[in-house]
Ligand binder design. Sequence first.
Ligand code: AMP
Ligand code: MG
Length: 291
Amino acid sequence: MTLTIEDCRYAGDRTFRIADAPTSAHMTKGDRAKCTELTDENRVVMGELQDRLYADGREGLVILLQAMDAAGKDSTIRHVMSGMNPQGIDVYGFKQPTARELAHDYLWRAARCLPERGKIALFNRSYYEDVLVVRVDGLWHGYRMPKRCLDCSEDEFFSRRFGQIRDFEEHLYQNGYHVLKIFLNVGLDEQRKRLLARIDDESKNWKFSASDLAEREHWDAYMSAYEAAINATATKHAPWYVVPADQKWHARYLVSQAVVNVLKDMDPHYPEVPAGEKDELAACKARLLKE
Ligand code: AMP
Ligand code: MG
């Protein structure tokens, strides 16, 4: 494979330029079978590591997916999920905030979805929307907040938020969590094809929203917002992975690799049974064998 998940990694040690980030690695038909096979293998490894993570209960994991519409978030989540024990993972979608959510600070709703240690939370969109759509659509101007919070330039407002997000993620790291951040980078042409398919295929109509076109018209502004957000929040402890998403099966493979790698880094272990309890296990075994 020409492109590895490490090539997609931004950890604050190099600058991310959206214009240079490929939306496709142009894999061939032959690569497809290989990718699918490797994804299947990763799913098995993921399941084993998740089982240990759950039993270990010392660390938790947040996996968040960001992307433009129709980049394949839902299907990627389905694929990742299929390798996991549902007891140890929860999925949360971050839609337009409700009135109650808007009455809190923007990290509040994310904090409510954090997993207990031993578990994984999968965020379909995330608090990064608060530095993406909120920036591109200028929503922050309408927030009900005191003047001191809003009376500044756009750059200032979002650089404060970037700082808050870095602090939030570092706080999580220092409290036993890893945060894995994935940007599914789909191209403008590929998005057009997929949006057309959502209109043409009745079973996909429900996924289409006219507002997707409005966001699409702001493509360049979104790309700049992604570039700024990723550069400001890619850190050693909470790196970003920018994954080419025009070939879905390749993106799924890369994402599965990122998940396997972070779980391996966390290195979960089954709890060791203390010597005293081992004697008890042996006694129980003897009782069962006697029956
Ligand atoms: P979807 O994920 O396609 O179902 O759409 C959810 C929509 O909610 C997207 O258009 C997001 O941009 C939007 N959204 C998510 N979070 C926020 C937020 N904090 N403020 C405004 N819009 C948001
Ligand atoms: Mg949508």
